[in-house]
Design a protein. Structure first.
Length: 154
């Protein structure tokens, strides 16, 4: 304890069962720690009580996020694997796919390109598992007609 606040290594368990194990700095989670809740286990860095820097969060439904955090949310480069088998690897902003990234759908289709707020937005290439392909511009998750090339394999 320092100045009446948790300081140094320790463990804190809340009434709802959430537990933090790791270092504290003036009452805040700070440094490499583990935060376990009913929904997930996060192992990684904390700054001033928030997930920040590199970390891995495993959800109870089987989904996983591995990558950079800022202000408690995925922000920067990362990999999100979904319980369905789908996965996204690329840039995140405030917890959303945002920037350049690649999404592998559970049916084997892929999208490589730009994202904004979890939607395909900007230039991208979508290739279906059967070989059909669209290369062009997207706006809010919709391929723009006349703004790309569609190739159908038959």
């Amino acid at each position: 304890w320092r100045e009446g606040k948790r300081h140094g290594n320790g463990q804190l368990t809340f009434a709802n069962g959430t537990t933090y194990i790791g270092p504290f700095h003036m009452g805040q989670y700070h440094g490499k720690g583990v935060l376990k809740s009913a929904n997930s286990v996060f192992e990684g860095m904390f700054v001033n009580g928030k997930m920040e820097g590199f970390g891995v969060q495993k959800m109870t439904d089987g989904s996983v996020f591995e990558g950079e955090y800022w202000d408690g949310r995925p922000h920067g480069k990362g990999l999100r694997k979904f319980k369905s088998g789908a996965e996204y690897k690329g840039e995140f902003r405030w917890g959303c796919f945002d920037g350049e990234g690649e999404y592998l759908y559970d049916d084997g289709s892929t999208y490589r390109g730009f994202w904004k707020a979890d939607m395909r937005d900007g230039f991208g290439v979508w290739e279906q598992s059967g070989g059909d392909r669209f290369s062009g511009l997207w706006l809010q998750d919709v391929a723009l007609n006349g703004k790309g090339v569609r190739i159908n394999r038959q």
